[in-house]
Design a protein around this ligand. Structure first.
Ligand code: M6R
Length: 612
């Protein structure tokens, strides 16, 4: 979603702003722009589309100045266009001393009301954005004689909704940032102060960063930032040095970030297991929980998108292995429900970014019910991690491709360990726990083996990329993998796809089967193999084109002749949902490559969904 950068330094900043915006590209956007300040004049450059279009404009006329703000916009209010791109400028009364430029991530929910009110004061609006009310209100406050910090503070009091903001003023070499609901960090190094939506944007500029808390306002001017909390008190930033790994976001030898991230999975799943599995005792190993795992009555798991599918798989583990009642809930639905929860329940929220608005709001709703909350995140400093009573970190590292891959498998690895911890607390025998632990320990090697299927998957994907629709089938803990496979395919190749539990085929979807739509059947050997194999046979009997993904044992016992087969390494049933993520990711990746779509930044999508 929208990315924010602001830099105040002793050098010209246009090039540095553009470089930082490139670091934010992965978030997804449809227009971009920047504004700089020189001699009390705000200069802007904006362009619709990719940053290359903005870069082109800067080549002919780079806005001058050593202070500036920049933005990548993911349209919510107002179509993607140059006119609606940020920074949004307001200059009440046409007086240059009242000019202010604003960049915004989030949604101002009362913008229509504010716009009507401002229109009654004869203020003209030049964009269709909700952001423009922020600029107009602030300019109005400046015109009324308020200095920049007070002008912003007064504006913020009028806003409802979520936002991270950066303001640039014509009258003063100052940038002001504010956060309510959307993430924002401040960074500094020699002679440079900066604001950014995330550490990736700030990594090339700052040596240390501090995340703003809810309601914080920060002023960049002079040598050090001044930070104020929601009560208006001057507070000290909690600086953290930026680790060199946060700078490592190159594609290396790979064509796309997604491909690189698929290939990183054996390593990052291994690192995640290293954190939560004791190799000597083959048992889960967690820091002390702020709740008693032995007396939990129910576990509620919640997330969005791919992270939600990880929770669906975990539901099978927590019920099947730990024997605890467990439900997996889509966060955007959960937040508006009134679930029956009690003090002995645990709610687990899973999010790569830790900034997904619906997941955050679901976690806040659950907190009001007095339930303990555990966050599973890939960003340790994220809002979700900071708000929940405890957070556990997946070790995926920076995930840049919009399509989630290594975040998913590391979430599964962590949740698998957590299920074992709950099982231990529930009295499951050591022998059983060791068998599961040993299956997890072997997983990184199996993941390496699965990657050797790369070329074969690419060949199959060439056929599948010509389809308009596809169906993914799975049963048991492979059902969420069918959902995830379908999401991956539609998200990056734009082929319509659905995931179904195999047993549901006869209840409707079988009518879709023809000789054009590929049906991808996830059928590892195990207790449900016979069931899913029958579902595949039923599709083939009706002329359907099946890709059977199974292991040697499954393929040997399958009677029919599917159009395509993929032979996966064998593994314990417990870890199959993690291993089978790889072929569905590779299939979607190569289908997208064959179709020539934008793999890392699929149209209309954002990496982290920070608005509702
Ligand atoms: O950052 P989160 O894990 O909370 O993101 C949740 C979803 O937006 C995300 O998993 C999305 O579905 C992926 N782009 C799918 O590949």
């Amino acid at each position: 979603m929208c990315g924010i950068i602001a830099i105040s330094s002793d050098k010209q900043v246009a090039a540095a702003l553009l470089a930082a915006l490139k670091q934010l590209e992965y978030r997804g956007y449809d227009s971009a722009g920047l504004a700089t300040l020189e001699k009390n004049k705000i200069h802007t450059a904006r362009a619709q589309g990719k940053l290359a279009a903005l870069e082109q404009k800067l080549k002919t006329r780079a806005p001058p100045g050593s202070t500036g703000i920049g933005h990548t916009r993911w349209a919510t209010h107002g179509r993607p266009s140059e006119q609606n791109a940020h920074p949004v400028i307001a200059e009440v009364g046409g007086k240059s001393e009242n000019a202010v430029a604003v960049v915004h991530n989030g949604i101002i929910e009362n913008h229509a009301k504010l716009k009507q009110e401002l229109a009654r004061q004869n203020l003209a609006f030049h964009t269709d954005t909700d952001t423009e009310v922020i600029a107009q209100l602030t300019s109005l406050n400046l015109a009324a004689g308020l200095p920049p910090l007070e002008a912003v503070t007064e504006t913020l009091k009028r806003l409802e909704g979520a936002f991270a903001l950066a303001f640039l003023f014509s009258r003063d070499d100052t940038v002001i940032g504010a956060r309510r609901g959307s993430p924002l960090a401040v960074g500094q190094s020699d002679n440079t102060l900066a604001l950014g939506s995330d550490v990736l944007a700030l990594a090339p500029i700052a040596r240390q960063i501090a995340y703003l808390e809810e309601g914080d306002i920060v002023v960049l001017s002079g040598d050090t930032p001044r930070l104020f909390n929601a009560a208006g008190e001057n507070i000290q930033p909690q600086w953290k040095a930026i680790s060199p790994s946060s700078l490592q976001i190159g594609k290396g030898q790979y064509q796309h970030f997604m491909q690189k991230e698929i290939y990183e999975q054996p390593a990052v799943v291994g690192e995640t297991l290293d954190s939560f599995l004791d190799p000597a005792r083959l048992r889960a190993s967690f820091p002390e929980f702020p709740f008693d795992t032995g007396s939990l009555r129910k576990v509620l798991l919640s997330a969005c998108g791919t992270a939600y599918y990880a929770t669906v798989a975990a539901q099978y583990w927590i019920e099947g292995v730990a024997g605890l009642p467990c439900s997996a809930e889509i966060a955007s639905e959960l937040r508006y429900r009134d679930p029956a929860l009690g003090g002995t329940d645990l709610a687990v929220f899973v999010s790569q970014s830790g900034e997904t608005m619906d997941t955050l709001e679901a976690a806040r709703m659950v907190a009001r019910a007095g339930v303990s909350r555990l966050a599973v995140v890939n960003q340790g400093e994220s809002t979700l991690a900071r708000e929940c009573e405890m957070s556990l970190l997946t070790r995926a590292g920076a995930e840049i491709g919009v399509a989630s891959t290594k975040a998913f498998t590391t979430q599964l690895a962590l949740l698998g360990c957590f299920a074992l911890e709950l099982a231990r607390a529930g009295g499951v025998s050591d022998e059983r726990l060791r068998a599961y632990g040993s299956a997890l320990m072997e997983l990184p090697s199996r993941l390496y083996e699965a990657l050797t299927l790369d070329e074969r998957v690419s060949a199959i994907a060439a056929d599948i990329s010509r389809a308009r629709h596809a169906l993914y089938l799975g049963r048991g803990a492979m059902y969420p993998l069918a959902l995830e496979g379908a999401l991956k395919l539609k998200e990056i190749s734009y082929i319509h796809a659905e995931g179904y539990p195999g047993g549901e085929m006869k209840h409707g979807p079988l009518a879709l089967v023809d000789d054009e739509m590929p049906v991808i059947v996830l059928a590892p050997s195990g207790p449900l193999f016979g069931k899913i194999a029958s579902n595949a046979e039923e599709v083939m009997a009706r002329g359907g084109r099946v890709l059977l993904i199974s292991d040697a044992e499954g393929l040997a016992s399958f009677g029919g002749e599917p159009e395509w087969v993929l032979e996966m390494p064998s593994c314990d049933v417990f870890v199959q949902p993690i291993l089978y993520a790889l072929p569905v990711q590779l299939l979607a990746y190569y289908a997208a490559c064959h179709r020539g779509t934008d793999v890392d930044q699929p149209r209309n999508l954002a990496k982290s969904v920070t608005v509702e």
